[in-house]
Design a protein around this ligand. Structure first.
Ligand code: PMP
Length: 502
């Protein structure tokens, strides 16, 4: 069944729907006995009123093309004389009403749109959170084909949790982050995003409460939302999440999960203070709630040594830890990892094998070889210098071009600046105008539960754009913000003139 409605036509919507169903029944495209969606389902799928569908169905019933049976729902009846004129089922199914409830929770924020913009040649992209092409370590890839061919069996298949030798290399790497975990406590993932999805599917039932920081990493919010979670946000300040508010939420709602990015948060760049970490762990222990720690950025500290992950302070195994090679080697490898108890890793492997079975054998070998080569530390030192320089170029450009009312943070590490827009400038309008002007930015909207907060912010990534284009991009952006801000002020002045009493 395939229905298109055209609200600009003079024909009433219920007639448009009834006519299309009628022609599809008589042509055989909708077969005899086809079970129609309920009035509510079809109304939702077409975005019309339920009475519109009620009237369409009434008309079809009166024409003898539809029948309702208790227990069987509403079905198609094909008149004897009509014969299919063309091959049945030749049109595409109407996906919207076939989708599961899971799919219906999906919101419409489309990350691909931003990745596509980032890939356009002429666009200066501050939108995507990806590494620079200039920092992909050539030495990680050079000569790899010979090694791959020398151990071909490792090209065929990997254990679900990853090659043991890579898990071992990661467990040593974790020691440098002051986290002590055995290889059996490590699962190799196809990006840390997969870890968020796995944990969501393993723990979250529809209606369960998940606590996040606000703002937060928007694909994590989407993941929790897809699972039907009730998401509650804890505000952040310069020391991370407000643990006082967290405690109130824990005591009142008994959440299933706390999701946090304690080091160089995406998008705020903030790291959680030691006091807050201690309190967060105490609270998780007291209420028996697991913490999902997402840590892609702790290697990227530009000022001093970054704080160790929360996992390093976790005495009781409350913290499930995620990290990735996307931010340090290349996101295209799709390789990340999880650290958790051996038992949990083995249980999660059971459901992970139903999605992608295991991470790419080639990516695993590239990373393992690179980690064992001793080059990783040099490379990390190199990207720290590179990204620090890019951060400084961006901040300098903002200092030069920013209009009044625009403010931003100075992150000590990570990938992003989080900018507060001047009064009256909305992130959605700015994002659209900036894209037309050749600059891509990410609006704060998908990262926040409160639309007001989201509309008041944008996230700027400084690692991806070429160094020599950052200042130009910021110049264009700031001049657009200035224009929008002054248009807003003019509007306010006009309103005040028209309504002097207000
Ligand atoms: N978590 C956070 C906080 C991130 O910023 C990102 C990447 N933008 C991810 C997870 C996903 O990373 P990966 O490429 O490893 O899936």
């Amino acid at each position: 069944m395939n229905i298109h409605i055209d609200k600009s036509r003079k024909i009433p919507l219920y007639r448009q729907i009834a006519e299309q169903i009628q022609s599809q029944i008589t042509s055989g495209e909708i077969p005899q006995g086809f079970r129609f969606p309920s009035e509510r389902q079809l109304a939702d799928a077409l975005g019309v009123n339920r009475t519109t569908i009620l009237n369409a169905y009434k008309e079809l019933k009166a024409d003898g093309l539809m029948d309702s049976h208790v227990g069987r729902g509403t079905i198609a009846v094909r008149p004897e004389r009509s014969r299919p004129e063309k091959h049945p089922y030749s049109r595409e199914p109407m996906w919207e009403y076939l989708f599961s409830d899971y799919m219906k929770h999906h919101d419409t924020f489309d990350v691909n749109k931003y990745l596509e913009i980032a890939n356009q040649k002429d666009v200066i992209s501050f939108a995507a959170g990806i590494a620079s092409v200039d920092t992909i370590p050539a030495q990680a890839f050079e000569g790899i084909e010979n090694e791959l061919m020398a151990s071909r069996e490792r090209l065929l298949v990997s254990p679900v949790s990853g090659f043991y030798s890579l898990r071992k290399a990661i467990s040593s790497f974790m020691q440098k982050r002051s986290c002590f975990c055995q290889p059996s406590e490590v699962m190799i993932l196809s990006g840390s995003q997969q870890g968020i999805d796995l944990i969501t599917r393993a723990f979250i039932n529809p209606g369960d409460v998940v606590v996040i920081e606000e703002p937060s990493f928007f694909p994590a919010i989407q993941s929790f939302r897809l699972a039907g979670a009730k998401i509650m946000a804890v505000p952040m300040d310069g020391e991370g999440m407000d643990v006082g508010i967290l405690e109130q939420l824990l005591s009142r709602y008994q959440p299933k999960l706390i999701y946090t990015m304690p080091v160089f948060h995406n998008p705020c760049g903030v790291s959680m203070s030691m006091d807050r970490r201690i309190r967060l762990l105490e609270l998780a222990g007291q209420y028996g709630i697991p913490i999902l720690e997402d840590d892609p950025y702790s290697e990227l500290s530009y000022e001093a040594r970054a704080m160790s992950p929360l996992k390093s302070m976790d005495q009781n195994g409350h913290v499930i830890y995620l990290s990735t090679f996307s931010k340090t080697i290349s996101p295209g490898l799709r390789l990340g990892w999880m650290c958790a108890s051996k038992k949990l890793i083995s249980q999660l492997s059971g459901i992970r094998q139903l999605t992608d079975l295991h991470s790419s054998c080639i990516s695993q070998q590239i990373v393992e070889r690179f980690m064992n080569s001793g080059e990783m530390e040099h490379h990390l030192a190199f990207i720290r210098r590179e990204y620090q320089e890019r951060r400084d170029i961006m901040i300098e450009a903002l200092n030069r071009y920013a209009p009044p009312g625009l403010s931003w943070n100075r992150p000590e590490g990570g990938y992003y600046l989080w900018c507060r827009l001047p009064e009256g400038v909305t992130a959605s309008e700015l994002t659209a105008k900036a894209a037309a002007g050749g600059v891509a930015v990410l609006p704060g909207v998908p990262a926040c539960l409160s639309p007001q907060k989201g509309e008041g912010h944008i996230r700027l990534n400084y690692t991806y754009p070429p160094k020599d284009r950052i200042a130009d991009g910021i110049g264009i952006l700031c001049s657009l913000i200035r224009q929008l801000s002054s248009a807003h002020r003019d509007e306010e002045a006009l309103t005040a003139e028209i309504n002097p009493i207000l």
